[in-house]
Every structure is written in structure tokens, then in C-alpha cells.
Design a protein around this ligand. Structure first.
Ligand code: HEM
Ligand SMILES: *[C@@H]1O[C@H](CO)[C@@H](O)[C@H](O)[C@H]1NC(C)=O
Length: 320
């Protein structure tokens, strides 16, 4: 009896993350997850770069005011999404499309914050990454202010700053490495490469940690005083597939972003990178994909609003 109870309890704990719950909408809007999936599938089919955009969107949502859809609010100058730290974030119209379909099917039930989390999950699966259950039940926040995004992690942050910014959100140095590996898909604008290629601190020039075979390639794509909006793959050679090649690139000096390169210049974080390339790691683990799922589910709990806090927005771009 006690054993049965313990089994039921552990099952329950497995499904409940914080106050979120897998299948939160199973009674109130049974097709909710399928609606989001189909909208994301269509969006990615017509624009393959959208998967990466939607994965990044969840990170930027969760790191400011918690995973509460605050980044989606579009109330002009001073709204959070205008913040410098959110430069280049895309995918808002995909969230709007899912929301419109959800409102048509079950009015006032599914939060924008949950749509963001589900869309990131679907984007990973569409990129051949792992499939996983998303605990849901987030409610939408009622605050949007660009100053709140001042502390977003930045490409030129030191590894200590990056670790501290993740720690402040309840995420470990291992989560930092594993979640940065989301850069296995997507691209960056040359805008974020200028300092690393031509004005590296200290001393100017280029970042000495860039593999000498890679530097000319980066500089050819992003010439000094060239077009800032030109884009290059974050995971050289594998920008549309969710895999751990980003980690071998980081290890070998082929990281594109400065913040990714720094993950291999610190003892604790480099040990996490190396853990996926041990002689027997393909057999004995740890598995990058399993670790990634655990970390992104954890990221999805940051500052969530449940119960009577927050609201279910009618439109993701504005407060009710
Ligand atoms: C550790 C701190 C991080 C920094 C400094 C950082 C920085 C950046 C920068 C500068 C870009 C290029 C943006 C652009 O030009 O559009 C980017 C792209 C991206 N980031 Fe991060 N990032 C970090 C962590 C994360 C995390 C935790 C995730 C998700 C779990 C993530 C997911 C992505 C994705 C998928 C892209 C590609 C977006 C696209 O192709 O449109 N990043 N990141
Ligand atoms: C945003 O926050 C700043 C600093 O707290 C404040 O001065 C400003 O009025 C706020 N803006 C809006 C639109 O609420």
C-alpha cells in the first residue's frame, strides 16, 4: 500500500513542475497543444529560420519578469520588447496566429506565456531535437518595461557575469552550458560579432580563442565596417539541426558568439562541455539531449504566475 502510494506520489511529482502541470489544458482546451503545434509547423515550413527564432523567444521571455509573456506586449516606446537586450528577437506573429486560433476554439483559456513555451518545444522537435512534455498553467504578466531587460545576458559578459545572471534565475553553471547549446540552431547578425572580430577586449584585434582556420571565414562574412545585418550560423555546418555539434564547435574554437567561446575558458563550464565527449559517453552518458530537456523545463519555471496571479490575455500584444 505504502509502495503504491509512493509510486503515485512520485508520478505526480514527475508531472508537476512547481505549480505547473503537464496537460493543464486537457479538460479546458483539449486541442490546445495540437493547435500550437500546427501553427508552428506551418510557420517553420514556410520559413525554416523560424524554429530558432521561437526557441530564442522563450529564453528572452523567461529571463525578464519570469515566463509570463511580458516580452510580447507591444505598447510602444518603453515596452519591454524594445529593450536593447532583446535585439533581433522574432516570431511574435507566430504566437499571435496560435493565440487567434486558440481564442476561436476556447476563449480566454490558454495563456500567451504557455504558447511561447509550447512553440519552443515544437520548434526543437521540428529541428530533429528531443521531444518532451511541457508543464503548463502559466498566466500572463501585467508588467512591461524596457528597463526590466537591462540585465539580460550579453555576448560580451564575462563568464562570471554569465554564471551569476543564470544563478539569479535559479539556473546552475551546467544549465548555462546546456541552454547556451540552444545555439545549435539559428544565426546571429554580424552586429554581435564586431567586437569579437575587430575590437576585442583587451588589446583590440580579434579574440585569440577563435580557431585560426575559422577566423578568415568569420571575417569574410562579417568584414569590418560591413553590413551589420548579414547573418551567420551559430553552429557552423549544422544551423538547422538540433544536435550537440555546437558543443564540439565550442571545444574546437569554432564558437561564433563570444559568450559561447567563454564556456570553454572556465574550469567548471568546460568540464560540462567535455562531459559529452568522454570515451564512453555515447554509452554511459550523460546525454546532451536529456540534459537539455531538463534544463529547458527548468528555465520554463522561472518566475511563473499561477492561480489568481496574472491574467489570460485576449491578445498577446496587450494587457486585458
Ligand atoms: C548565455 C547567454 C546568451 C547570450 C549572450 C545569447 C546571445 C545571443 C545572440 C547575440 C544571438 C543572435 C541574435 C540575432 O542576431 O538575432 C542569439 C541567438 C539565439 N539564441 Fe542566444 N544567447 C544566450 C543564451 C540563449 C539561450 C539560453 C537560449 C535558449 C534556450 C538561446 C537561444 C538562441 C537561439 C535559438 C538563437 C538563434 C535565433 C535566430 O536564429 O533567430 N540563447 N543569442
Ligand atoms: C519603466 O521603469 C522606469 C524605471 O523604474 C520608470 O521611470 C518608467 O516610468 C517606466 N516606464 C513605463 C512605461 O512604465
Amino acid at each position: 500500500m505504502a509502495l503504491v502510494f509512493a509510486l503515485i506520489l512520485s508520478c505526480f511529482i514527475g508531472l508537476t513542475q512547481g505549480q505547473l502541470r503537464v496537460g493543464f489544458y486537457s479538460q479546458t482546451c483539449p486541442n490546445a497543444e495540437e493547435i500550437v503545434s500546427s501553427v508552428v509547423r506551418e510557420a517553420v515550413a514556410s520559413d525554416p529560420t523560424m524554429a530558432a527564432a521561437l526557441l530564442r523567444l522563450q529564453f528572452h521571455d523567461c529571463f525578464v519578469e519570469g515566463c509570463d509573456g511580458s516580452i510580447l506586449i507591444d505598447n510602444g516606446q518603453g515596452s519591454e520588447r524594445q529593450a536593447f537586450g532583446h535585439q533581433g528577437v522574432r516570431g511574435y506573429e507566430v504566437i499571435d496566429r496560435a493565440k487567434a486560433q486558440l481564442e476561436a476554439e476556447c476563449r480566454g483559456v490558454v495563456s500567451c506565456a504557455d504558447i511561447v513555451a509550447l512553440a519552443a518545444r515544437d520548434s526543437i522537435a521540428l529541428s530533429n531535437g528531443p521531444s518532451y512534455d511541457v508543464p503548463t498553467g502559466r498566466r500572463d504578466g501585467r508588467v512591461s518595461n524596457s528597463t526590466l531587460a537591462d540585465n539580460m545576458p550579453d555576448v560580451s559578459d564575462s563568464i562570471e557575469q554569465l554564471k551569476a545572471k543564470f544563478r539569479q534565475k535559479g539556473l546552475s553553471h551546467k544549465d548555462l552550458v546546456v541552454l547556451s547549446a540552444a545555439h545549435t540552431i539559428g544565426t546571429t547578425a554580424c552586429f554581435f560579432m564586431t567586437d569579437r572580430l575587430y575590437n576585442f577586449f583587451p588589446g583590440g584585434g580579434s579574440d585569440p580563442s577563435i580557431n585560426p582556420d575559422f577566423l578568415p571565414e568569420l571575417q569574410a562574412t562579417c568584414p569590418q565596417n560591413g553590413e551589420n545585418s548579414v547573418r551567420l550560423a551559430l553552429d557552423r555546418g549544422s544551423e538547422l539541426t538540433f544536435d550537440n555539434s555546437i558543443l564540439s564547435n565550442i571545444r574546437d574554437g569554432f564558437a561564433v558568439l563570444e559568450s559561447d567561446a567563454k564556456l570553454y575558458q572556465d574550469e567548471a563550464t568546460s568540464r560540462v562541455v567535455d562531459s559529452y565527449f568522454g570515451l564512453l559517453s555515447s554509452v554511459l552518458g550523460p546525454s546532451f539531449e536529456t540534459d537539455f530537456v531538463n534544463s529547458i523545463v527548468k528555465m520554463g519555471q522561472i518566475g511563473v504566475k499561477t492561480g489568481s496571479r496574472g491574467e489570460i490575455r485576449r491578445s498577446c500584444r496587450s494587457f486585458n
